[in-house]
Design a protein around this ligand. Structure first.
Ligand code: SF4
Ligand code: SF4
Length: 289
């Protein structure tokens, strides 16, 4: 079984369009949407949710007012100034609380407990392409790296149980903690690059992260005809770094049309874009097999 991760240095490069088409082209696979901050693979794969689970974030302290005698020991010990008081009433500001638990240790009345907050959900769904594991993180919530690891773990469980050939993963944008969580154990990271200066810069950072972790990498240039000169630069740089460029997808306004129709482009229209995505998928299978 091979795990393929599709990433880009930044959002909006067409990563999900390509992933959804791979989901349509690949046989015998499980999909995972690890773009947990802005998941959108489900819009193209139309999952039927079979399981919904809470995702708990870090713990924060809460005071039981009934038990509190107003001694202020919790405030004295809190290094994060999370314990506020008005007169003899004490309360903990959850946004400032780091969940260290020091206050629970000093409270003489055992009036403080550490409580985990529900900050999102993860789902196991069925699609016409196979199982999809996906998630939804609450707005402005942290811990997306942990949620990415959870989505990866659950998709692997299903993959092993079903004995599939591929796990196809829509990765998070950027190069932070979620991307690092999505890279572990990957057989091939496909980096989608748009030939703009910012796109190239961000993609280079993603390539560096993948290289740092020793992950086999290939590049796909999306909207390659938008800037042929930058496209040549990308190809030259990739050649110098020993990274194969396995896809050059042209710009076509049929792609946004397919998104409005909520269909993977390879199913929506036989066009230059879908033909190039097919070629890219074939090259991935050649590299992996
Ligand atoms: S858990 Fe730690 S950070 Fe939170 S209120 Fe108690 S002492 Fe302060
Ligand atoms: S240490 Fe316990 S009893 Fe004292 S103020 Fe804090 S919560 Fe109340």
């Amino acid at each position: 079984m091979k795990q393929i991760l599709i990433i880009s240095g930044k959002g909006g490069t067409g990563k999900t369009v390509i992933t959804a088409s791979f989901a349509s082209l690949a046989k015998n696979k499980v999909m995972a949407d690890c773009d947990v901050d802005a998941a959108d693979l489900h819009l193209l794969l139309h999952p039927k949710i079979k399981e919904k689970h809470n995702f708990e974030g870090g713990k924060t302290a809460v005071i039981d007012e009934e038990k509190c005698i107003g001694c202020g020991k919790c405030q004295e010990v809190c290094r994060f100034e999370a314990v506020k008081n008005e007169g003899d009433k004490f309360k903990i500001e959850s946004l400032d609380c780091e969940g260290c638990g020091a206050c629970t240790l000093v409270c003489p009345e055992e009036a403080i407990i550490l409580k985990a907050e529900n900050v999102g959900y993860w789902f196991i769904s069925e699609t016409k392409y196979g199982p999809l594991v996906h998630a939804k993180l609450g707005i402005a919530q942290e811990n997306s790296g942990r949620l990415v690891s959870l989505v990866r773990e659950k998709s692997m469980d299903i993959a092993l149980k079903k004995g599939v050939d591929y796990v196809i993963i829509d990765g998070p944008p950027g190069i932070g903690c979620p991307v690092i969580a999505s890279l572990s154990g990957i057989d091939l990271a496909l980096i989608v690059i748009e030939p703009t200066l910012s796109g190239m810069h961000d993609a280079q950072r993603a390539i560096n992260v993948a290289k740092h972790f020793g992950i086999k990498t290939a590049v796909c240039i999306n909207k390659n005809d938008l800037n042929p000169k930058n496209c040549e630069t990308i190809k030259k740089d990739c050649l110098a770094s020993g990274i194969p460029v396995i896809g050059e997808i042209p710009f076509d306004k049929i792609v946004p049309e397919s998104l409005v129709q909520e269909k993977p482009i390879v199913e929506y229209r036989d066009c230059r874009v879908s033909s190039e995505i097919r070629n890219t998928w074939n090259k991935i299978t050649e590299i992996l097999n």
